[in-house]
Design a protein around this ligand. Sequence first.
Ligand code: PLP
Length: 384
Amino acid sequence: MANIYFDHNATTALDNSVLEAMLPWMTNQAGNPTSRHVFGRSARDAVEHARAQVAEACGAYTSQVVFTSCGTEANNFAVKGIGAIKTAAIARQILTSAIEHPCVTRPAIAMQQHGYVSQKIMVDANGKVDLDKFKLQLNTPTGLVSVMLANNETGVIQELSAIAEAARSAGAFMHTDAVQALGKIDLNFADLNVNAMTISSHKIHGPQGAAALVVDKKLDIQPLLHGGGQEKGLRSGTENVAAIVGFGAACELAISNRANFAAHTTALRSQLEQGLQELNVSIFGKQVARIPNTSFFAIDNIEGETLVMALDRKGYAVASGSACSSDSTEPSHVLLAMGVPADVARGAVRVSFGAHNTAAQVASFLATLNNEILRLKQLTAIAA
Ligand code: PLP
């Protein structure tokens, strides 16, 4: 039985062409981009080429791209680095949406040790920021607002330029985590009107170990890492040349495939959700715009974790709750923020498609899901 991967929001397999681009930088061409000799100079050229590819993929200037080791680092860099400059005297409030990935909320909470106040921005039942309530929160002097562009669990897309407009008019800096948006929807840093934006390589068939914070040139952000002064002093540490080259190649690939990816995964998701409707499931965020590949649903009276394990035994890799904390048994904080009752949220399962998934896989998944639901319900009835 071949395993079928439906968990592309967690990570994606390295594309062969990306691996090919990376290989020289892990073997005979390896060099430190700060070295003056030919190996160093060609490694520097490779990093700068990748920077241009990354910038192109997200509508930014090359001078705005700061490479980091992962999206988690870029989000920490944004929250701590922007917080440090802006919130100094009066604007000590940091606002993050209630549905952020923990690598945004936890650094915001950590900033409280330094006298900042971290508050949550509420979302409505569809998982979208409640703009009116948010604007009221901005009456308190605010240094930084961070709201993700697309949610990793529901796939719901925020109206980010309106949020950014409100934040910036109130004098706050605006950051967005666009990790789940890159390659799935059109992404343009300038149009979003934000000061900083996070993207990550391994969600788009690039390698783990590379990501970027795209930073407005006027922003006097403070580095997390001090040392040799790489990345114009904003992120010291020898560049991970192979991973950065892979990130660049993956960006180019993602952009050329984006329209096909959207059409293909939208069709798979419609097929899935049509089938789910017959199984009496709740689908979260279905009423609003979502990234095309993601469906998040819950089945009455069945634990998501149990279903994920049962489906895994049958050869289907899906997720329950947040991708990066799927060992947690707490119900999804995203669903709780949307007002979903905890017992329903505990049943949540996420399917996230990729370009290589097929309609036949979705059909067989639906049949297996149906069988597993019946089996688990029978077991529950016997136990009761
Ligand atoms: N932000 C979002 C929305 C994510 O989904 C993830 C990972 O799942 C991250 C940030 C963290 O990115 P990385 O795995 O590159 O640290």
